[in-house]
Design a protein around this ligand. Structure first.
Ligand SMILES: Nc1ncnc2c1ncn2[C@@H]1O[C@H](COP(=O)(O)OP(=O)(O)O)[C@@H](O)[C@H]1O
Ligand SMILES: [Mg+2]
Length: 312
């Protein structure tokens, strides 16, 4: 018996109903799903749509169960955190198993399915981008400070960098406070990276507070390219997103692992900011009653992590 083997290439299904004909902009395509910017009820109400398509290569029952569980878990966490006033996008709607007719399929429009979750649109950018921009800005400023110091021995840039560092530290403390609020509400995130934290400008203001260049008597022609680097705004509210791996837990260990993952994320993605990570922990320490026990636990988690990386 030799069944004919046909190689099928995986084509993602179209948007699930009721979004089939909605304007939707694909923003991110991850291993687990896709994220669209769309609208909800009125054309001016923006929303983020997360679609988890079925995976044809997985056993259908297992696939359905896993996808359903993940989307429900994400939704539950969002609802719980919103209720506790932790800044997360509000949940608008969800469907754990809707049919999507895939006309591309050569079996004549066979039925496929997807699970989706619709949430409030968060203005702003992810913290990863904010910190990347900040690091570029500092690098450019430091370069400029060296040039100015060489010329006349004093520079306004130094003070400007210090002021900016203070702003960054305040941002890091706000991150710690929000993570603490989430833990206090009984949720651990499971994937705390700077791509899963957003900075929402307050009152929609995105104006850069410190874009004004410090005038110096020295004309620095070679600095033209540096001046296009504006100081990124570090103002705004931290919003937690992406609860695809989140869970309900009040265990110190789970909480400490959340912090450890975030610490490692800073270490690997933001080399110039890593030395300020302590500020995140300072913000965390004062955010709820059990925080100090978790910080103690973090020391053990770090040791384990170090041992593991030594063994390889
Ligand atoms: N509610 C939202 N509002 C605005 N942008 C969002 C929202 N949720 C996610 N995004 C954007 O989409 C990206 C991917 O979403 P995320 O939930 O992190 O999914 P995943 O990392 O699993 O692909 C985020 O990094 C962020 O830029
Ligand atoms: Mg993410």
């Amino acid at each position: 018996m030799s069944p004919t083997t046909t190689t099928t290439t995986y084509t993602p299904p179209p948007l699930p109903p009721p979004f089939t004909n909605s304007p939707a902009l694909l923003l991110a395509q991850g291993a687990e799903g896709r994220l669209y910017k769309t609208n909800f009820l009125t054309s001016s109400t923006l929303a983020a749509l997360k679609v988890r398509p079925s995976k044809p290569y997985r056993h259908p029952i297992l696939d359905s169960r896993l996808t359903r569980q993940r989307i429900l878990q994400e939704a539950r966490c969002l609802v719980k955190l919103s209720r506790e006033d932790v800044p997360v996008p509000g949940l608008l709607a969800l469907d754990v198993e809707c049919d999507v007719v895939d006309n591309n399929n050569d079996s004549g429009g066979s039925s496929n399915w997807a699970a989706w979750l619709l949430m409030e649109w968060v203005e702003g950018i992810v913290v990863r981008q904010v910190v990347d921009r900040w690091e570029k800005w500092v690098k450019a400023r430091e370069k400029k400070a060296v040039v100015v110091d060489d010329a006349d021995g004093n520079s306004g840039d130094d003070a400007e960098i210090k002021r900016s560092q203070r702003e960054l530290c305040a941002l890091l403390r706000r991150i710690g406070a929000v993570v603490g609020a989430m833990h206090k509400a009984g949720i651990v995130h499971g994937d705390l990276t700077t791509s899963n934290l957003m900075l929402r400008p307050v009152g929609g203001a995105t104006a850069d507070a410190e874009a004004v260049a410090v005038p110096t008597s020295t004309s620095i022609a070679q600095d033209a390219e540096l001046q296009i680097l504006e100081h990124p705004s570090l103002e705004g509210e931290i919003v937690l997103i992406d609860f695809g791996l989140a869970a309900q837990s009040i265990q110190d260990e789970d909480r400490a692992v959340d912090l450890y993952v975030l610490e490692r994320a800073f270490g690997s993605s933001h080399p110039r900011t890593e030395r300020f990570f302590e500020e995140v922990l300072k913000g965390y320490a004062v955010s709820y009653k059990g925080a100090n026990v978790v910080l103690k636990r973090l020391e053990q988690v770090r040791l384990r992590g170090r041992k593991r990386s030594m063994i390889g």
